[in-house]
Design a protein around this ligand. Structure first.
Ligand code: CU
Length: 287
């Protein structure tokens, strides 16, 4: 008797917390002008029909269901998929000017990548890949959507010519579409807080290269790894992350200070060969 009451209690608690959310996204076309205005053809999932290089960041609680409406605001056909989640009735193809709706339950803690899977990986490499954080955390979360960009590769994609991966030679490296020093003004990715806070960093590698983020000054602890669940609870200062993988780490700063955090694949701390651009940030911890 007591057990069944407990079960009912747990079930109604669960029902009270599971929410159906709606999320409307537009696939927009534009250019990226990082570092030295290279005019790189770019596509992104944005939360309005206005183009920006930052793909929309979605946050949901564990157990929530999201009803997505995805508009294709581009002249190319695009797709929609979520890495490590099986979508009902997929694959989803969205004609130019068209839209789709898809309902997705998010049952497990973690970070997920939604992306354009049409002509994969070419259309995704135009930029169309963003992050979904599934968590009930109350702590501050900083988002790092890391990508590289090869202008020649992107231009040929928009012309319908798909170069082989051996010819992929990116010169620009971004966090949330930005390159250092612009990253310093991005409150979404700039890790700031107080000593003893718990600061969560949600990292998604939506590019096509392996990156490896090195934290100076502080160690971080893995709470989620899309590819290597056995890495959870590892505390360290360098975090390799392969293409289309996600990581959740937390930092509890033990001291005040400003310390760099950057890609240890040092080419990614440049932009068109110029140092220090690219995937470089400064953690800023105060008392
Ligand atoms: Cu370093």
């Amino acid at each position: 008797m007591k057990f069944s009451l407990l079960l009912i209690g747990v079930f109604s608690l669960w029902c009270a917390h599971a929410t159906i959310l709606t999320e409307e996204l537009w696939i927009n076309n534009g250019v990226s002008n990082v570092v030295d205005s290279p005019e790189i053809p770019y596509t992104a999932f944005n939360s309005s029909d206005e183009f920006e290089t930052l793909n929309a960041i979605l946050t949901v609680n564990i157990g929530d269901t999201v009803v997505f409406t995805i508009h294709n605001n581009d002249s190319l056909t695009h797709g929609f998929n979520i890495k490590n989640i099986t979508l009902p009735d997929g694959p989803y193809v969205i004609a130019p000017g068209g839209l789709i709706t898809v309902e997705v339950p998010f049952e497990n803690y973690g970070a997920y990548i939604y992306y354009d899977d049409y002509n994969y990986p070419h259309y995704k490499s135009l930029g169309a890949a963003g992050t979904i954080m599934v968590s009930n955390t109350e702590h501050p979360v900083f988002y790092w959507n890391i990508k590289e960009h090869d202008k020649e590769w992107n231009v040929s994609i928009t012309e319908g010519d798909f170069m082989p991966i051996e010819d992929y030679s990116p010169l620009y490296f971004t966090i949330n579409g930005l390159s250092n020093p612009e990253t310093q003004d991005d409150p979404i990715s700039k890790i700031t807080g107080n000593v003893s806070d718990t600061l969560i960093v949600c990292i998604a590698n939506t590019g096509q290269m392996t990156h490896s983020l090195h934290f100076h000054g502080y160690h971080a602890t893995i709470t989620y790894s899309s590819e290597n669940p056995s890495h959870v609870d590892r505390e360290k200062d360098t975090f390799p992350i392969q293409e289309m993988q996600t990581l959740l780490v937390y930092v509890v700063p033990d001291k005040t200070g400003k310390y760099p955090v950057h890609d240890h694949n040092l080419v990614a701390t440049s932009g068109n060969g110029i140092y220090a651009n690219g995937m470089f940030h400064i953690i800023d911890i105060v008392e």
